[in-house]
Write a protein that binds this ligand. Structure first.
Ligand code: G3D
Ligand code: MG
Length: 177
């Protein structure tokens, strides 16, 4: 039995942390050029197949999940625009840049502004640019602590090498359905 679902997921975080690069890395094979461009927003589609847990109690099931990945563009001053596009989100990926300490400090602001609109939906914290090992200003413990505080999983990612990128979206996919 196969079901089709469509869910919207937002990527959030300061400028230059790697949001657009992560999306590009993830959807590269299936890039949909006919994205929707509005002020402050770009949406990219990707379909993934999620199988039911083979050891779980439910029936065998395959879900074709299309995620509409919403990329924020522009500056945080346009908070009203941001809030419009958080609407209807079933998940949030919060990205900080491990080489810039302030991008984690600002994360709480992003989280709160997203939660105000989207409510209590699954979120994941991403410490991106894990490949730039010599330049890290944020320790893995800092990330773990933050994730614990907000009770969400975290992944250390690299849009450059692709490390953990697929896993982040798979994890989110499983949790939004
Ligand atoms: P944004 O969409 O969050 O604003 P971008 O960020 O995806 O535009 O990325 C900002 C810059 O960081 C880009 O460099 C991009 O190549 C780089 N970048 C993104 N992710 C990674 C990563 O995981 N590792 C490394 N080494 N670099 C990354 P430029 O030079 O084009 O500005
Ligand atoms: Mg961008």
């Amino acid at each position: 039995m196969a079901r089709n679902l469509i869910k919207k997921v937002c990527l959030l975080g300061d400028g230059a942390v790697g949001k657009t690069s992560l999306i590009r890395k993830y959807v590269y094979d299936d890039f949909d050029d006919k994205y929707l461009m509005t002020i402050g927003t770009k949406i990219t589609k990707k379909t993934m197949v999620i199988k039911s847990d083979p050891d779980g109690p439910g029936p065998d099931e395959e879900i074709n999940l299309t995620i509409m990945i919403s990329d924020i563009v522009g500056q945080v001053e346009f908070e009203r625009i941001h809030k419009q596009y958080y609407r209807g989100s079933k998940g949030g990926l919060f990205v900080c840049d491990l080489t810039k300490k302030d991008t984690l400090e600002r994360m709480e602001w992003w989280l709160n502004s997203f939660k105000e609109v989207a409510g209590d939906v699954p979120i994941i914290l991403l410490g991106n640019k894990v490949d730039l090992k010599d330049k890290h200003e944020i320790s893995f413990e800092d990330i773990a602590k933050f994730a614990k505080k907000f009770n969400c999983p975290y992944f250390l990612t690299s849009a450059k090498t692709g490390e953990n990128v697929e896993r982040v979206f798979q994890n989110m996919g499983k949790r939004v359905i």
